[in-house]
Design a protein around this ligand. Structure first.
Ligand code: HDD
Length: 750
């Protein structure tokens, strides 16, 4: 593990005090290191090449490694040139007939520069437009060898990967923390061909048949007349769809749960959703579902945090991913599989494995770990890598095959089709980020943006002109062989199996598996979203679905909407809860969490310095929040009362009692601190109020204890005090393992 960035920048003085702080993520922010950029002078030697910035290798020879082009390019040569390589004398003035005259059409550089700029954008993805990505490495455990011959899962085998996380509904510039499903797409550059596991953070999907995908997305996207709301499901068309297509109810209850607002991409599970078919070296098959399990556990924001962050830091998740990797806190997941026998019925424990709206509870089929993913490198160029990466659920290596899940079957068509428009033609696999690491030897030729200069005259086979090459491979040469599954003789129909008709059982299973506080959040989310709908009929129809899931859920939401709760329209399913679905009640590592420390000139600075060291030592990030930028004593400040907001911190420590600045917004009367002589800056009181409301731990020592009293939170759950900073941080650290102080949330339902 790399030393944390924070550690890298910390400087110890002779007295052993930490004098420099974590480099803030905003360049030029208080406390950041002074800029080291040199003023432009004369041509300099090119910088050493960065492999990712090289000119793409335009050949596709056998055995070529791809995605890591060799030659340097981009702001690294000494002299500016045109796209044709002619050196330029001036790029700031267009060619004119005299300094005050008209611009001349013959100015090629002007036209080339503007034309290229005019075409810099490509169409955003029709779904999952907003995302962030990172490179990493996957290491197989070897534990899957009994069920699949896929070489990248062999024990100790390392494979390069690229992962892109995303939201579904919003545009490219939308906020990260909206309530939505998250995409979790992984490209494994295996030696046997690329494997794309195009997953989500929710294990089921809205619809059972891909033919409805345009419909559900039209319903979720902004209304076509005003193009609002952006990146939201809280509007009429979404709820119109999900209340009319009740197969969507299971996915929707996951969206309304805390899973819809993850704390970080690093703290999300991933699910392949569909059942896949694996085949081992002996040709035996098994059905499986893929799961990603995050090392840091599954954690979420509160809805109010998510909403505040959408304004305060719309790039919250993108920043978090980037910062964690740069700091050496590499995000990690285990890949696991649930394994089911490949029977002709494709049913396990009564659950239809071809129905993508159903899970198999982990209690019935445990998730067996088969490998580890570590993300350890941020992209060099967002457009080239994150924007241009193209996934496809049909990119499969030998040993992994598809099933007849009708949603998966439709996806197999859609992903290649969408790239033709988005990436401008059929040669997108030649874009560096998409190039397989396995040797490519295809007979695909020509087309827009062809990068290869194919030699030879016979791109067909058999041929006698190019030596007969290429030859088909057999199983012994590692060929992908479609599993010869028997297809039942059946009439051609537009219909689903009857087993797909059960739309409420598993939504109820999910509801019953939640802790009281998670249930409360679900109730509030439904009440909020339906409260944003304009049409009464849609609310009433959705309430009917909630009644079919659970009468308590329905009654609570109905009360919030001021509507009567309908009776269940179907018999309530008799299901056992699945404890594995709850996010509450376990303890997890707190790596990479952010600790806000309020200080002022009167604070115990040596104590603060010690706490900073302890926080860094625990793999977390300390951020000092002070009345002003610069330094407090010898300690550099990262956030001021003007720039800091509670949502950025996972916990808050108070080491001082900052008094209001002359221009501060006056404190509310009821917070005026009647009991204490010192009046605390109201922005600090707001920090505490929000931190408390969002059920995050708070700690204080010294004068900070006075502040707790003024904020009227002393003695409440998850608020700890002590004689020294390190003592308080140790107690707060324990609370962080549970993610939040759950006792602080009201829970009206059992
Ligand atoms: Fe999809 C993108 C995940 C159903 C059609 N999908 C896309 C991405 C993810 C998923 C993570 C973003 C990939 C990236 O980062 O570039 N999609 C899923 C999952 C599904 C699912 C887990 C159900 C289990 N998708 C689905 C269906 C269809 C599509 C049923 C169409 C019939 N999805 C697309 C697409 C996208 C896409 C239009 C948009 C951009 C792209 O493919 O490359 O083809």
């Amino acid at each position: 593990r790399k030393p944390a960035k924070a550690v890298k920048h910390a400087v110890e003085t002779a007295a052993g005090k930490v004098t420099d702080a974590l480099t803030p993520d905003v360049p030029g922010a208080p406390g950041s290191a002074p800029p080291t950029v040199e003023e432009p002078t004369t041509p300099r030697d090119p910088l050493p090449p960065k492999s990712e910035q090289g000119t793409p290798d335009t050949r596709t020879p056998t055995g070529a490694t791809t995605g890591v082009p060799p030659i340097a390019k981009g702001q690294q040569g000494a002299h500016l040139t045109t796209a044709q390589g002619a050196r330029l004398r001036d790029t700031d003035h267009s060619l004119k007939a005299g300094p005050r005259g008209p611009v001349l059409l013959q100015d090629h550089h002007l036209r080339e520069k503007i034309t290229h700029f005019d075409h810099e954008r490509i169409p955003e993805r029709v779904v999952h437009a907003r995302g962030a990505g990172a490179h990493g490495v996957f290491t197989g455990y070897g534990s899957a060898e009994g069920v699949t011959k896929a070489g990248f899962l062999a024990k100790g085998k390392e494979t390069s990967v690229f992962v892109r996380f995303s939201t579904v509904l919003g545009s490219r510039g939308s906020a990260d923390t909206v309530r939505d499903t998250r995409g979790f797409a992984t490209k494994f550059y295996t030696d046997e061909g690329t494997f794309d596991l195009v997953a989500n953070n929710i294990p089921v999907f809205f619809i059972q048949d891909a033919i409805k995908f345009p419909d559900v997305i039209h319903a979720g996207k902004p209304h076509p007349d005003r193009e609002i709301p952006q990146a939201q499901s809280a509007h009429d068309t979404f709820w119109d769809f999900v209340s009319l297509h009740t197969e969507a109810q299971h996915h929707t209850i996951w969206n309304m749960s805390d899973r819809g607002i993850p704390r970080s991409y690093r703290m999300m599970e991933g699910f392949g959703v569909h059942t896949f078919r694996l085949v081992n070296a002996a040709g035996e098959t098994a059905l499986v579902k893929f799961h990603w399990k995050p090392k840091l556990g599954v954690h979420s924001l509160t809805w109010e945090e998510a909403q505040l962050i959408s304004g305060i830091d719309p790039d919250f998740h993108r920043r978090d991913l980037y910062d964690a990797i740069e700091a050496g806190a590499f995000p990690e997941w285990e890949l696991g599989i649930q394994v089911f026998p490949d029977t002709p019925e494709e049913i396990f424990a009564g659950i239809d494995l071809l129905d993508p709206t159903k899970i198999v509870p982990e209690e019935l089929a445990p998730v067996q770990p088969i490998g580890r993913l570590v993300l350890n490198r941020t992209p060099t160029n967002f457009f080239a890598e994150v924007e241009q990466v193209a996934f496809h659920p049909g990119h499969l290596p030998p040993g992994i095959d598809v099933t007849n899940d009708p949603l998966l079957q439709g996806r197999l068509f859609s992903y290649i089709d969408t790239q033709l428009t988005r990436l401008g033609g059929p040669n997108f696999p030649q874009i560096p980020i998409n190039r397989p690491h396995a040797p490519v030897n295809d007979m695909l030729r020509d087309g827009y943006h062809q990068q290869a200069v194919h030699a030879g005259v016979a791109p067909y086979r058999p041929n006698s002109l190019d030596g007969g090459n290429p030859f088909p491979a057999g199983v012994e040469q590692g060929a992908f062989v479609d599993v010869p599954v028997t297809v039942a003789e059946a009439p051609k129909v537009r219909a689903n199996p009857v087993s797909f008709d059960d739309h409420f059982r598993q939504a109820r299973l999910f509801w019953l598996s939640m802790s009281p506080v998670e249930k409360e959040h679900i109730i509030r989310a439904y009440t909020y979203e339906l409260g944003k709908c304009y049409h009464q009929a849609i609310r009433e129809r959705q309430l009917q679905s909630l009644a079919n899931i659970d009468p308590v859920l329905c009654a609570e939401v109905a009360t919030g909407l001021g509507l009567p709760a309908p009776q269940p329209g179907v018999p309530l399913a008799d299901v056992a809860p699945s404890p594995a679905l709850s996010q509450v009640g376990r303890e997890w590592p707190a790596d990479g969490r952010t600790v806000g420390i309020v200080v002022d000139a009167t604070s115990d600075l040596d104590g603060v310095s010690e706490v900073r060291r302890a926080v860094l030592g625990a793999g977390m990030v300390p951020l000092l929040i002070a009345p002003h930028g610069g330094t407090v004593g010898y300690l550099p400040v990262q956030r001021t009362f003007a720039t800091g907001r509670s949502v950025e911190f996972d916990v808050l420590l108070l080491a001082g009692a900052p008094t209001p600045a002359p221009d501060a917004i006056p404190a509310r009367d009821d917070k005026a601190g009647a009991a204490d002589s010192v009046t605390v800056d109201p922005r600090v009181l707001l920090l505490i109020e929000e931190t408390w409301r969002h059920a995050k731990a708070i700690g204080a020592w010294g004068d900070g204890i006075t502040v707790l009293r003024q904020a009227r939170v002393s003695g409440t759950p998850g608020v700890v005090t002590g004689d020294s900073g390190p003592e308080v941080f140790a107690a707060v650290g324990q609370l962080m393992a549970g993610h939040r102080v759950w006792d602080r949330f009201p829970a009206s339902v059992a």
